[in-house]
Unconditional design. Structure first.
Length: 315
């Protein structure tokens, strides 16, 4: 199986996220802002002396102005892609796909959907009277399918090659790929700033905007047709996407609440490439050897929606 990560890289990424969150919390809560406590109903206001340390005031503020929620999270991908592109066909591949680079008509690539568990940590921004908050979405790594689309699912990519003695084409016997090409894991850090127009009502709708880093790793090509003569390599680029958010909190007794949340993720292009492809042709390979395709690529216009229903608590 092809792997594109190392324990050192993953540890560095997680440490970086932790440092970023810590810096964000400290940056939001200055000594003056730390006086701006607004405990939730039922909480006791913190009595803070002017001699209290900056670190102590920061912890007091976070303790009385943060919240968390946890529940099922559904990832639905509906982006589009360019046609699959054979980058540089040579030899038998040039006979099947055409020499050099060529597009495969009525094809594309996509990603599968996923249901998982998601959690959100939120912190009200000081001096905004709880109208503004910063939220971080946390979820376990998503293992998603990397898929082909349209005709690439049911029709062979190279049905014929060469020419017979009388000019007729020769069937390659290469089967269709099917939908799933492989899989990858995604660990997308997600930061949004949320605005609540009403903060003292039982139902509190909100709107938000932010960014998501489309970090993917642990790619694996597991398609039987592509793996027959050795496993190719799957590469996915890692852009930053924009996030739009809508949701509402439904307050319950004892600082608890229910939440419904929808996030749109877009404004990003993900470049995908499967390289090192060698295909066995039942009719041609016994005589001419395997079809050395090389690499096939596509550019995906990334668009996805994250749906969640969760239970939360104000701390």
């Amino acid at each position: 199986m092809t792997r594109h990560h190392s324990p050192t890289a993953r540890s560095a990424a997680r440490m970086g996220c932790g440092l970023a969150l810590g810096a964000l919390a400290l940056g939001l809560v200055s000594p003056a802002m730390a006086e701006d406590y607004r405990p939730q109903p039922g909480q006791t206001p913190i009595q803070s002396s002017n001699n209290e340390s900056f670190f102590g005031k920061t912890l007091d503020y976070i303790e009385n102005n943060s919240y968390g929620r946890l529940g099922p999270l559904y990832f639905h991908y509906y982006g589009s892609s360019s046609e699959l592109h054979v980058d540089n066909a040579q030899g038998l591949a040039a006979q099947a796909f055409g020499p050099g680079g060529s597009d495969l008509a009525h094809t594309g690539s996509s990603a599968g959907d996923k249901l998982t568990l998601g959690g959100t940590i939120g912190l009200y921004i000081p001096m905004t009277n709880h109208h503004l908050a910063v939220e971080v979405l946390l979820a376990p790594p998503l293992k998603l399918d990397f898929e082909v689309a349209k005709d690439a699912i049911d029709e062979p990519l190279a049905p014929t090659a060469l020419n017979g003695a009388n000019g007729e084409t020769i069937p390659t016997g290469v089967p269709a790929l099917g939908r799933t090409i492989g899989s990858f894991k995604a660990l997308p850090p997600n930061f949004t700033i949320v605005y609540r127009p009403w903060t003292d009502t039982m139902i509190q709708p909100y709107i938000g905007a932010g960014a998501m880093y489309l970090y993917t790793y642990d790619t694996d090509v597991n398609n039987e047709v592509l793996n027959e003569l050795g496993e190719p390599e799957l590469y996915l680029s890692k852009p930053v996407a924009c996030v739009g958010q809508l949701g509402a909190d439904f307050n319950l007794p004892h600082n608890m609440f229910l939440n419904a949340d929808v996030k749109y993720v877009g404004c990003a292009e993900v470049k995908a490439r499967v390289s090192g492809i060698r295909i066995n042709s039942p009719t041609l390979s016994p005589t001419f050897g395997p079809i050395n395709v090389g690499s096939v690529s596509s550019t995906n216009d990334f668009r996805a929606v994250l749906y969640s229903i969760s239970f939360g608590m104000h701390f």
